[in-house]
Design a protein around this ligand. Sequence first.
Ligand SMILES: Cc1ncc(COP(=O)(O)O)c(C=O)c1O
Ligand SMILES: Nc1c(O)cccc1C(=O)C[C@H](N)C(=O)O
Length: 415
Amino acid sequence: MNLTDIQELDIIDPFAKHREQFQLPENKVYLDGNSLGIMTKATETRLQNVIQQQWSQDLINSWNDHNWVNLPQTVGEKIAHLIGAEPEQTICCDSISVNLFKALTAALTIVQTQDSERTVVLSTKDNFPTDLYMVQGVAQFLGQHRCQLKLVDESELEQHINSKTALVLATEVNFRTGRRINAKQLVANAHENGALVILDLAHSAGAMPVHLDDWQVDFAVGCTYKYLNGGPGAPAFIYAAKRHHKNMSQPLSGWFGHARPFDFSPEYEPAAGIQQMLTGTPSVLAMSAVDAALDVFKGVSLEKLREKSLQLSDVFHQLLKTHDLDDVLQPIFPEQRSERGSQLSYHYEHAYGLCQALIQRGVVADFRAPNYIRFGFTPLYNSFEDIWQAAEQLRQVLAENEHLDPRWQQRNTVT
Ligand SMILES: Cc1ncc(COP(=O)(O)O)c(C=O)c1O
Ligand SMILES: Nc1c(O)cccc1C(=O)C[C@H](N)C(=O)O
């Protein structure tokens, strides 16, 4: 495959025009949208308006006049379209970690009202650590008689669901390997065995079709700073299936989750639906950024987006093969396309040095300890030529031994 073939792919790419909606960094090939998405131009314009008009001029009236007060709901509904959720089940707030606390406590209460013997939260050893830390925190908060974390290999998750399992906490796409689990099958299996499922969509939302309602997922969480391009530390989202709303309660009972917050009543009365998952005042600047960023998805077919994402990853791996590098960098991602997320991860002894040397050449991928390198593909703004450039720079780094530079012997960056 030569550069001309690659450029042909860009010509027929249905998302080629979408690149123009992003503030693309100069002289960079950015393959790290699985950690922090690129800013959209609409976000920049919106934030300028929020700062220069809404906040600086309209001030307190903006809670009504610019609908600040409903941002968690309006942004939540935009996200709902991307995760296969009917209205009134998704809301934008807090971080994944905090939302997991709410989902875990709400779901445990629902299950244990029926069967108090179900105390196990089953998850995977290599789940993203915050997911596991939050279960550990909930176990401390509620006590071991209500919550015990059990960790198993991702490939054996379904086998371990039994009569003690209260919840299965799974991340659809593994942050390290990029492996995608079969969420629909997992939910069916959990429900057959009397357990509920909480799904972490951090690496799925905005990268591929997700069908929470169809799959009958019970609760889900996800972030907006990766494929949804909401910005660093952008607020997360939480989904709770409607069938659980009437039995749902969560202990972070702040006033924004009250049935009538502006009554200022001393008694907490939870809102009836998903609004109960709110706690405090939304971060208006951050949420406005997400709100604007989500508009790039208007009219986008997630099926087509998924196809481009897989094609980008196919082309990248094919180019590594052409350069005889597929033995040097050992794939840890699944061969089956359907089992892949939107990233390719490789094991390589000098992964940190390679990642740093690539950054010096303007190709941004990322490193995960102890020695993995991840290449994230964001089909809305990555071109096929980006992929060609990345593979070519990778070949040159290795040929010139730039990854062995003494500067990279010591790890001194966080990402
Ligand atoms: C799967 C997964 N869950 C959770 C998080 C982080 O959660 P939070 O939004 O609380 O930082 C990440 C990445 O940061 C992640 O990859
Ligand atoms: N959320 C992050 C942050 O606040 C700082 C640096 C990186 C992140 C990430 O998103 C990491 C990411 N979840 C991962 O897949 O590794």
